[in-house]
Write a protein that binds this ligand. Structure first.
Ligand code: ZN
Length: 179
């Protein structure tokens, strides 16, 4: 992945994966609103009739357990940003559920890998109304230094608030230069 791809990944709305997923869903006959303002937040895709909200989560901003990397510079700033984002995701999920909405979260990496498969997964989740409540959704909330140059990653489960840690070798990637 080169630098401009890295930048594209961490940019905000109307990024390519979002458009690609929407196209795939539209092709499957799903009709939706984009960026609707709802009481609990602003999902990327909302299906009011089904009270279903779809959020597309960027791997960097939302603490993807597979792809989050701790930027080399500005560590404290990025750590704070990550924690804030993940906490907001969790609060938003709780509020949405309290309002009777179902939340489906899609990782950006799944859309990049196979937009069609990602859309199929969304369609399945929409059909089985309770399905999306079952699976675990772990997020990286912080990274600290561990023994032998390894990183200790602190993870939080969005639905239950459970926490755990894991350790891995650091992933070297450039620090994002823009928000
Ligand atoms: Zn990812």
């Amino acid at each position: 992945m080169n630098r401009s791809e890295q930048m594209a990944r961490i940019r905000g709305r109307n990024t390519r994966p979002e458009i690609r997923l929407r196209q795939q869903l539209w092709r499957r006959g799903l009709r939706y609103r984009v960026n609707s303002r709802l009481a609990f937040g602003r999902p990327d895709i909302a299906i009011k009739r089904k009270k279903a909200a779809i959020f597309i989560d960027g791997c960097f901003w939302h603490g993807c357990p597979d792809h989050y990397f701790a930027p080399k510079s500005g560590a404290a700033f990025w750590a704070e940003k990550l924690r804030t984002n993940v906490e907001r995701d969790r609060r938003q999920l709780e509020k949405a559920q309290a309002d009777g909405w179902r939340v489906i979260r899609v990782w950006e990496h799944d859309i990049r890998a196979d937009p069609s498969a990602a859309a199929e997964a969304v369609m399945e989740a929409l059909e089985e109304l309770d399905k999306s409540g079952d699976h675990e959704d772990w997020r990286v909330t912080a990274v600290s230094a561990g023994p032998e140059g390894r990183e200790v990653r602190h993870l939080l489960e969005l639905r239950t608030g459970r926490e755990r840690t894991s350790s891995k070798r650091p992933t070297h990637a450039p620090a994002p230069s823009s928000i």
